[in-house]
Design a binder for this molecule. Structure first.
Ligand code: NAD
Ligand code: MG
Length: 414
């Protein structure tokens, strides 16, 4: 098998990689499909998993004719099945729930799994894909925050690659190719600073969901956009970097870089700093991960070329921890590890949903997380089941905190 692959490569024949896309209807999922559209001779999706957007899921089935698709619930799967039957596409298998996304992620024919379900909903499928020996393009950072220790141990045991799609980690992965791990002094993750980088602190309590959903440089899903506004996204990325690159929190630094042009940097022991610069378009890190260890020419296929002449200046500054307490909370959780990181993610997910539903104010997000962290036992999960249990406990605590906060707000406003 190995020899025939080498023979094909030397004859310049590229094998089409068969992809499973977890979160196919989301921002990363649709960008991945756009790459498949641009490089049909290299990448083809054969298995999809999505949540509840049945219209987009149906359109993706019509376009890509996958072998299998999974939706979040049995009802949604039944509705999709009916639509596919009416369209003469009943050969597409429709499954659902966690079992369904695990099935998609572990399908024997799949060569590469793009993990882009948002939140811990993607955890079991990602872990199963690692255990099945698949190469993974990892966008779902929450998986690494909650279960990074277990996922990385399973990947190491099977000697499989976890290729970061998150743009900062993708940049670090690229820059790391410039030296050995022992030569790395520290990693610098860049952060745009979000929409409230210059907002006076006094105005923070009036920030609305509509304002927080306007990211200055990236277009992304709702959760990550709010996490960018609170800078919790960068906090998660600190933990993600510690895990992916085996670094202690003190060696993962954050720098505010409003242009989002330098996607991250690696500082080596000899004083050299290697930065990765490119357009702000997630198709670039997705293509890098899909093609690794090769690089694929994009000219004439995808508009990812960076115009250096338009680059006038690059700014870098220290993050303000009073303005963005979520960043401090993430460093604290990173230092403790285990359940603290699980609770950080779970409490944030509950608090962000409550903020988007106008139940708590913007500043209620960090205060919910801080209270949940204070109630979380210091513990290390030994299995994915332990992770899911700690996640569920933290969510319950977070909902109680949110309920108290909502109650206080309504009683003080009547
Ligand atoms: P999104 O909200 O646009 O998409 C999420 C996807 O997950 C959708 O396909 C949705 O249907 C699916 N999903 C949600 N719940 C599900 C469930 N229970 N079962 C199965 N599928 C479910 O989010 P996104 O912006 O594409 O982000 C996806 C992941 O990638 C997140 O973890 C995010 O942090 C990470 N990420 C995103 C970006 C970006 O630019 N969008 C950048 C870096 C990292
Ligand atoms: Mg990122």
């Amino acid at each position: 098998m190995q020899r025939s692959q080498e023979a094909l490569q030397s004859a310049n024949i590229v094998l089409v990689k068969k992809l499973a896309i977890l979160g196919s209807t989301g921002s990363i999922g649709t960008s991945t499909l756009s790459i498949c559209e641009s490089f049909p001779d290299r990448y083809t999706p054969i298995a999809l998993a999505a949540g509840s957007n049945i219209d987009v899921a149906f359109a993706q089935c019509q376009h890509w004719l996958p072998k299998v698709i999974s939706l979040a619930t049995e009802e949604l799967a039944a509705a999709l099945k009916l639509r596919l039957k009416a369209a003469g596409l009943s050969q597409i298998e429709v499954v659902h729930g966690t079992v369904g996304s695990v099935y998609v992620a572990t399908l024997p024919e799949v060569d590469f799994v793009v993990s882009a379900i948002v939140g811990v909903a993607g955890l079991e499928a990602t872990y199963a894909a690692v255990c099945a020996g698949k190469t993974i393009g990892l966008a779902n950072k929450e998986c690494l925050v909650a279960a990074g220790e277990l996922i990385l141990a399973a990947a190491k045991e099977r000697n499989i690659a976890l290729l970061p799609i998150d743009s900062e980690h993708n940049a670090v992965h690229q820059a790391m190719r410039g030296g050995s791990p022992q030569e790395v002094k520290q990693v610098w993750l860049t952060a745009s600073g979000g929409p409230f980088r210059n907002t006076p602190l006094a105005d923070f309590e009036h920030i609305t969901p509509a304002q927080a959903l306007k990211h200055p440089t990236w277009v992304m899903g709702q959760r990550i956009t709010i996490d960018s506004a609170t800078m919790m996204n960068k906090g998660f990325e600190v933990i993600e970097a510690c895990r992916l690159f085996h670094l202690p929190p003190a060696q993962v630094r954050v720098t505010i870089h409003p242009q989002s042009t330098v996607h991250s940097l690696v500082e080596f022991i000899d004083g050299s700093i290697l930065a990765q610069i490119s357009v702000t378009d997630m198709r670039l890190p997705i293509l890098y991960a899909l093609a690794y260890p090769e690089r694929v020419a994009v000219e004439g296929k995808v508009p990812l070329t960076f115009d250096l002449a338009k680059l006038s200046h690059l700014d870098f500054s220290e993050p303000d921890h009073t303005r963005f307490p979520c960043l401090r909370l993430a460093y604290e959780a990173a230092a403790i590890g285990g359940d603290a990181c699980i609770a950080l993610n779970a409490a944030d997910e509950v608090a962000v949903a409550a903020f988007l539903a106008h139940q708590i104010p913007f500043l209620g997000i960090p205060s919910t997380i801080e209270r949940v962290l204070a109630l979380t036992p210091v513990r290390r999960p030994a299995s994915i089941q332990d992770v899911l249990q700690a996640d569920s406990d933290a969510r319950q605590r977070a909902r109680q905190v949110v309920d108290t906060m909502t109650h206080q707000t309504t009683t003080t406003t009547v």
